[in-house]
Design a protein. Structure first.
Length: 469
């Protein structure tokens, strides 16, 4: 399994700046080391040249005096202005033997270099290497003047300069990283607004818009975001309008079908029942053997009439126009109770529901009807609880909330599959009301359907019937 660690953008960019700065630091350090070695070699070359010229002068002076002086070579007279800590000068004769040598001692304050630095310096350079200059008198090579640094002293001097540079650069790098992070945090602060805008779009708040930004890249994102939000808002408004029309047409068709069934099929069943009753009265006198058949016809007609009334109630509940939403839902639950099934139904209404638009009442009723049917018939729930109430939504706005809770066998897998739950129809109806539909799983079994409809836009002048709780 692969794990991906999410790193903050400001921190990531600051790390990249720090990496680039560290690379530049290493390059500057390498240049410093090479420059120090080059300067040391240049100084040794200059010292060797001065010593060689002085020794040549000493040879000349020894021939000027009679008798000839025998104190050659005398490095003491040239040493004071040349000597420095760790510097060694010497004179080698023609055979290469050292005739005289002087070295400057290292100061007690000279810090010793770490072993790793000494190893690296030794690998890169050649500390302690001698610089030789020939001593020539009257065309003859009389020997050579040499100059060299003590390896430990040379490495220590290089470490002293390098450590100061490292301390300075470390402090500079730390301050730079802090400044870069702070600058990036300020520059990327608008990304929070972009994220909040995307979260609002995800929550179907299509009124979300981004403010102007100073950065050109963020301004381009703002333009695309606001254009997308406007197009989504327009598309959703058109979709809701179309859905309202389709639902209205569907409900009108249901109403017309209910009227046709009531006027034609209902009258036919009533006529059959009347004929069956008349036949039964006649059969009792003239044909007693036909009485059971006539009674069977009457019972069948009565059962069909009961089923017709149930179908008419599902097609168009009359209570919506007469008593309002709360009473209609109570009547719906009472009808399920009268069926005598194993499921226990309860209904609770909290608040005043008068003045609700007919379109809202009809759609909420249909959603509740579909949810109760699914819970009782498809999920085999033992208990179904229906509740209608007002509550405070986001931003303190009032919302009408309908919940249907059951303890049936349906779970998250059924919701994901979307089979047998009538999700499409319920979602379309709730979307047409500019509301939200959510399902929550219960422990150990069951679902909670939660429909939230914002109170804005509800016109109490055109209500769907009586109010009350």
């Amino acid at each position: 399994m692969r794990f991906v660690t999410k790193i903050d953008l400001k921190f990531r960019l600051a790390l990249r700046v720090a990496a680039i700065s560290a690379f530049c630091l290493v390059a500057a350090l390498a240049f410093l080391l090479f420059d120090h070695d080059r300067a040391a070699q240049a100084r040794l070359s200059a010292v060797a040249d001065v010593v060689a010229r002085d020794l040549t002068l000493q040879l000349a002076q020894s021939h000027w005096f009679k008798p000839a002086r025998d104190d050659f070579p005398d490095l003491q007279r040239i040493a004071p202005p040349l000597m420095s800590p760790g510097l060694c000068i010497s004179y080698r004769d023609e055979g290469g033997d050292v005739r005289q040598s002087l070295c400057g001692g290292a100061t007690s304050r000279e810090p010793s270099a770490p072993a790793a630095f000494a190893w690296l310096y030794g690998r890169l350079f050649d500390p302690g290497a001698e610089i030789r200059r020939p001593v020539i008198f009257e065309g003859r090579r009389m020997g050579a003047a040499t100059a060299a640094y003590d390896p430990a002293s040379q490495i220590a001097q290089s470490w002293r300069e390098t450590s100061r540079f490292l301390a300075l650069m470390a402090a500079t790098l730390s301050v730079l990283c802090v400044l870069v992070y702070a600058t990036l945090a300020r520059a990327l602060r608008p990304t929070r607004l972009i994220r909040n805008g995307l979260e609002r779009l995800t929550a179907n708040d299509l009124a979300a818009r981004l403010p102007p930004f100073d950065l050109a890249e963020l301004s381009a994102i703002r333009t695309v975001f606001n254009g997308l939000a406007e197009r989504l808002e327009t598309s959703l408004a058109e979709r809701r309008a179309l859905t309202r029309k389709l639902i209205a047409v569907q409900d009108e068709e249901r109403l017309q079908l209910a009227r046709d069934l009531h006027d034609e099929f209902g009258q036919c069943l009533a006529a059959i029942s009347a004929v069956a009753a008349s036949m039964e009265q006649t059969a009792r006198v003239e044909y007693p053997a036909l009485v059971p058949e006539c009674a069977s016809i009457a019972r069948t007609a009565a059962q069909m009439m009961t089923n017709l009334r149930s179908a008419l109630t599902r097609l168009r509940p009359p209570e919506l126009d007469e008593m309002g939403l709360a009473a209609s839902l109570d009547h719906l639950v009472a009808g399920w109770r009268r069926n005598g099934g194993p499921t226990r139904f309860t209904f609770d209404a909290d608040g005043d529901f008068g003045g609700l638009p007919p379109f809202l009442c009809a759609n909420l009723y249909r959603v509740a009807q579909e949810a109760i049917t699914n819970a009782a018939k498809h999920a085999d729930a033992a208990n179904v609880a229906l509740r209608l109430a007002w509550r405070q939504g986001e931003g303190g706005r009032s919302e009408l909330e309908l919940t249907v809770a059951d303890d049936g066998a349906a779970g998250a897998e059924d919701l994901a599959a979307g089979q047998g739950l009538g999700l499409v129809g319920m979602r379309e109806r709730v979307a047409a009301l500019d509301g939200r539909l959510a399902f929550e799983t219960r422990n150990p079994l069951g679902l909670i359907l939660r429909v939230s409809i914002p109170a804005r836009g509800l016109d109490p002048a055109d209500s769907c019937g009586g109010g009350g709780s």
